[in-house]
Design a protein around this ligand. Sequence first.
Ligand code: ZN
Length: 350
Amino acid sequence: MGVVADMASARDSFDAALIPGMRERLAEGYARFRAAEARAIAQAAPPEAGGSLGRYRNRDCPACGTAAPAEAILTNHGIDIVGCPGCGLAYARQVMEESADAARYQASELDIEAMRLRCSGPYLELETARARYYLDRLAEHAGAPGTLLDIGCGTGTTLVEAQARGWRVLGLEPGRAAAAVARERLGEAGRDRVIEGYFPDDLPAGERRFDAITILDVLEHFVDPIGFLRVIARHLAPGGRLFVQVPNWDSLLVQLEGKASSVICTGHWSHFSPATLPALLARAGYRCLHVETVVSEADRIEAFPLAAQQAVVSRLRPGEAWAGVDRAARAARLHGLGLSYKLIGVFAPG
Ligand SMILES: [Zn+2]
């Protein structure tokens, strides 16, 4: 196989829609997790929308400061998602006060169900294949393995795979249960390499700069993403690289599902696309080395009528034919059009 075919096959290796039997194996864990998640999201909504956790405030664009438009793209859980007229970023007009936002990630029913799902066999298989693909993309734009910090390391899959490739790893994870699992998985050599805590306050005194920093499903949770990215830049060594994964706002599935999408929830304060993610990073002082979308969710997309799919594709990528392409080819084209479910990028400061 050529390099391109190898990459496509590696990308498909963590795409649940394309792996026979994977959806069935994941079904029970996801059903329990989604039920707990729905209760947690409702609880975290603004008080006027029935929530009980914390106070909210209105804000303007977190990327460029342009005033929020009056009209929302959609409203869900009492929160308006608006499109910035200045820079195009989609973001939540209302945001929760920070202290309540951080507290809700600790020791909840959701945490227990999330851990049950994330420690299950099929989930770990997908996560491992994904980590390998991501570390390959990072390696294409970084020097030899040095030090790697994973902020929000979860159960440690990225750390395990990076350590196997020769990176000296460190993980920061605010969730106690996840941090304990990650520590266990790193084995004897890595026992002290996972810290239960927050970036950058809980970094060890002697370890302040890293050759690579990874943030997977983290950036969308920050009310001030640019501020967070600027702090990260100060913790990258010369030649250091930042690897980012966020949900893709331009994903065909998210746009088809609209407010039913699990991506649109309390706690996701910004929604990035292949255009707005590099633009935000540029405002924070980074150069974009690589951007790509992965995870087709092709089976969930195919549950929608072809005409509805075509309508979204025509809106997001004008001039692109969709309905005339066969089903297998449509799944592959999602990546080329930047319409897959997850958005990843590699960035360098300066
Ligand atoms: Zn803006």
